[in-house]
Ligand binder design. Structure first.
Ligand code: ATP
Ligand code: MG
Length: 573
């Protein structure tokens, strides 16, 4: 059941209850000119979420009208991201380019109706005559061309007779409209470039604003959901569908184009006029959500590709270890409104941490190893200690952790001159090794440079799994056997930008790139992690959540830090 928990869902509920629509049909319409980012996740969760909740359908439609910026690589990545988020599109993947023939025929129809003309002004003239927000535009001297002349010129545009920019096809609406989008918007332009789907078939391509409403109508979309910047485009969206209302395919009429669009079952039997509804974009602090800017980071090699775990792309977040559940939870907490705002990235991290807390098995890993030798523990002895994989999920079972005379602890867990309140290991002090014994530091070994290279400790052999009766030992630290542990590269990620609003515009966003966003350490892992597969996620006790990276090789694991353990954001904060 779909609940009216935001104004868009409320509209969908109303339209289903009133009988306006039999079924809600939405679409997610990415342009394949980059990888999807966290902002797209919001749109995906909204469009596909409504289809799931209302038992409707959601199409995946590539909005591919701009061939020079688009590619198959992006198409494949986008499909993978939508599926990974847990959604299924209705029927085949659709492409606006599937409709190029029909879009062309509708343009011819508009010309025949006196609603479109070929303009031969130069780009500069067109710009000058467009007017401004406060001044009306001026009619093109070519605006009153006859229908015959327009049909002829458009046919010759299509045949490749003119150079790029020599002329365009424009809708004939109103050059004095207060809405600049209604001042005879361009609907077709000449681009002599091959298209990733249609090859060399076309040298004219339809504009986005022209393509989108017709594609929606062809697919019988009921609610066309988009971000607020399209609000001012809605009058043209409606103008165009009204101008073509009687020739758009009718439900029930098995016309060729309808078959091509792949009509959804159970659609309405009234004239299709999808309703465009706008909602606010997702903005996240410390983050850039613009494909163009993310592409710059990739092209200028400031990150290692679109799926670099520092990137706010869906593929980057996946590689970093974020879960689809966490992203869906985040989008649901953000909600759908009409007011622009900035969401705290801490909320996203909170959602990731919360999902992993309840799903990721525990393990021990020492990120910055410091060697410890237990002087009173027999050489060569190996004790297999059993520990649960998850404290609250006994069904995950146990793992075996080998305990040996030599092991590593984290450098941060020992201080010669401890700060006040320090509860970990200090010279002469005691600490509990997690899942194992209490140890005491007897001697600190240093090299010639004065750096600590090793600790000599003794262990209280009566403290495995129980506390001593005569004293309280407060601190607990983690460890990994030096003999049995496995070396691994661990990539520690931090936020990609140092400024909360890197994208604010007055300064180049790249000046705010955080040089510390990636730190690589050589860590040692407990041996149970040897068989972990790319994509698997763990909580490294006392450190945070980590995921196996796709760069891992057999015997050479690479882990990414997904998120640390500490909360910086709490619900309601
Ligand atoms: P960008 O501005 O990053 O280039 P875009 O809007 O050009 O993004 P599209 O591929 O056209 O990218 O977007 C597909 C859909 O995702 C559109 O319906 C768009 O409105 C929506 N979308 C894009 N960015 C956001 C965002 N930050 N928040 C919510 N929805 C978004
Ligand atoms: Mg766009």
């Amino acid at each position: 059941m779909i609940e009216p928990r935001d104004f868009i869902r409320a509209q969908v509920v109303e339209d289903l209850n009133s009988g306006k629509h039999k079924k809600a049909i939405t679409r997610f319409p990415p342009e394949p000119n980059g990888y999807l980012h966290i902002g797209h996740a919001k749109s995906i969760c909204l469009n596909f979420g409504i289809a799931v909740e209302a038992e409707g359908e959601c199409n995946l439609r590539f909005d591919d009208t701009n061939p020079e910026k688009e590619s198959q690589e992006y198409i494949d990545a986008i499909k993978q991201d939508v599926e990974w988020l847990g959604f299924h599109w209705a029927g085949a993947v659709r492409y606006a380019s599937d409709y190029f023939d029909v879009l062309h025929d509708y343009a011819v129809e508009l010309i025949k109706r006196g609603k479109a003309y070929v303009d031969s002004q130069s780009a500069d003239e067109m710009r000058a005559n467009r007017g401004t927000l406060s001044e009306p535009g001026k009619n093109s001297p070519f605006r009153e061309r006859s229908i015959e002349e327009n049909l002829d010129l458009f046919a010759r545009m299509r045949a490749g007779e003119f150079d790029e920019g020599a002329c365009i096809l424009r809708a004939k609406i109103d050059m004095s409209s207060g809405n600049i989008n209604l001042r005879d918007p361009a609907i077709y332009r000449i681009r002599k470039i091959a298209h990733h789907q249609t090859g060399d078939k076309w040298c004219i391509y339809p504009m986005y604003d022209y393509t989108h409403p017709i594609s929606d109508a062809l697919e019988f979309i009921t609610h066309s959901l988009c971000t607020l910047e399209f609000e001012a485009h809605r009058p043209f969206y409606d103008w165009l569908l009204d101008a073509l209302a009687d020739v758009l395919p009718q439900p029930g009429s098995v016309v060729d184009v309808w078959k091509r669009a792949g009509a959804a079952a159970g659609v309405d039997d009234v004239l299709p006029h999808p309703q465009q509804i706008e909602f606010s974009r997702l903005n996240v602090n410390y983050t850039v959500t613009s494909k163009r800017k993310l592409k710059q980071l990739v092209d200028e090699q400031l990150v290692h590709g679109w799926d670099d775990p520092r990137m706010p792309t869906i593929s980057g977040m996946r590689r970093r270890g974020y879960t689809p559940e966490a992203l869906r939870d985040f989008c649901s907490r953000v909600g759908i409104t009409k007011s622009d705002g900035v969401v705290d990235v801490g909320m996203l991290e909170f959602c990731v941490r919360e999902h992993l807390e309840n799903s990721a098995p525990r393990a021990m890993a020492v990120l910055r190893p410091l060697k410890v030798v237990l002087t009173n523990y027999p050489e060569g002895q190996v004790e297999e200690i059993s520990a649960s994989r998850h404290p609250n999920l006994p069904e995950m079972g146990d793992r075996k952790i080998p305990f040996t005379r030599e092991f590593f602890i984290d450098r941060a867990d020992f201080e010669e001159v401890p700060p006040k309140g320090y509860k970990r290991l200090i010279p002469g002090g005691e600490v509990r090794l997690r899942n194992a014994y209490i140890i005491k530091c007897d001697e600190v070994i240093k090299n010639a440079a004065g750096e600590i290279t090793e600790l000599r400790c003794s262990c209280d052999l009566a403290t495995l799994g129980k506390n001593p009766e005569d004293r309280k030992v407060k601190g607990v630290i983690h460890w990994v056997s030096a003999e049995k542990g496995i070396p691994a590269e661990v990539r520690l990620y931090d936020r990609l930008f140092t400024d909360a609003a890197p994208d604010r515009g007055d300064v180049d966003f790249k000046t705010f790139i955080n040089p510390q966003a990636l730190e690589v350490v050589q860590a040692v892992l407990e041996p149970s992690l040897a068989s972990a597969q790319a994509g698997e996620r763990f909580q490294f006790e006392r450190e945070g959540y980590f995921a196996v990276d796709s760069d891992s090789q057999p015997g050479k694991p690479v882990f990414n830090r997904t998120v640390g353990l500490r909360d910086s954001w709490k619900p309601g904060a």
